[in-house]
Design a protein around this ligand. Sequence first.
Ligand SMILES: Cc1ncc(COP(=O)(O)O)c(C=O)c1O
Length: 387
Amino acid sequence: MTKLPNKLAHKLAERKEKNALRSLPSSHKTIDFSSNDYLGFAKNETIYANTFQLLLNKGVSENGATGSRLLSGNHPLYSELEEEVAEFSASESALVFNSGYDANIGFFSAVPQRGDVVFFDAFIHASIRDGIKMGNAKSYKFKHNDLNDLKLGVDRIRNTDENDEHAEIYIVTESVFSMDGDSPDLKALSKYCKKEGIYLVVDEAHAIGVFGKNVGGLIQELGLEKQLFARIITFGKALGCHGAAILGSNDLKEYLVNFARSFIYTTGLPPHAVATIIAASKFLNSEEAEEQKKLLKENISFFNKKLQSLKIDKHFISSTSAIHSCVVPENNAVKLISEKLFQEGFNVKAILSPTVPEGEERLRFCLHSFNTTEEIGWMLQLLKTYL
Ligand SMILES: Cc1ncc(COP(=O)(O)O)c(C=O)c1O
């Protein structure tokens, strides 16, 4: 095999030195406090059976999409899914992408134009950063969940000599942050954007299924559907399958179909993957799903109470979502605790620098409807001794 170029080998060696080398985990039987399968949908037998039935009813027997959605890959199941998702989320339209990563790079590389400005939260997901980098707009980071810092940035840009009166401003944030599980003040943010004529975009990847009805997310729970320019929802987390959608106006959908390169230049999802998303989102309306959502909420509240009773809440970032982060500075230290928990049968991921800034390394606990209070209690008890 041809040797790896020296520069690349050097980068890997550097990662090893910092104890920050990533590697693929092997499968193991541990208690899940790390996956995004918040409601247990990935293993739900009803969704599996309903998907199969849907494919049988529609006489779908293809294995693959056969091409890009703009060529041969736009299976009729796509329009069924997009109509349902738009209706369930009270949006004018929905456009399905192969993944959340694809949706974000497609949107941010295509929508903000040269001369426009994008303000993004300091903790925004890598897919949004990558999309912005691929586009031609200027971009500025604002302090995490800090509306005042954002306003200062916008004022600064608007008051510079170079300010182009035709420049559009976009603001992007997440309704539930993937690392910390916290949320911005979405009501205040959307009010500000409306007043200032700014386009607001919210990534709801970790809110869907946890907040709101069906795929409505936190934006729907707060009644802000009409205030936003676009929402990104993903199906690979609480819905337990794969893919994503951008919600917005019909015009936005038409624009993305024409200009989002990650939509245009890739093979569509296989029909059975689209059918799985349809089955999972229909299932979200069922009593069984409501029960799972209730169990998840109970676990979140139990987790938070336990942090307080064990007096370890000061190590945690306050959160009412399924994601809870315990800051343990230093890669070695956070890895050690994660390994100790693993030996006790708990799968809790250590988030290392450079994924998060140095000194802000953390243990990321993902809660699920299927975790028991005994599991949560025992794990937090152990955590206290390790901290
Ligand atoms: C906030 C956020 N947006 C987008 C994505 C990407 O979604 P997908 O896994 O569907 O590519 C993720 C995944 O981790 C995420 O956390």
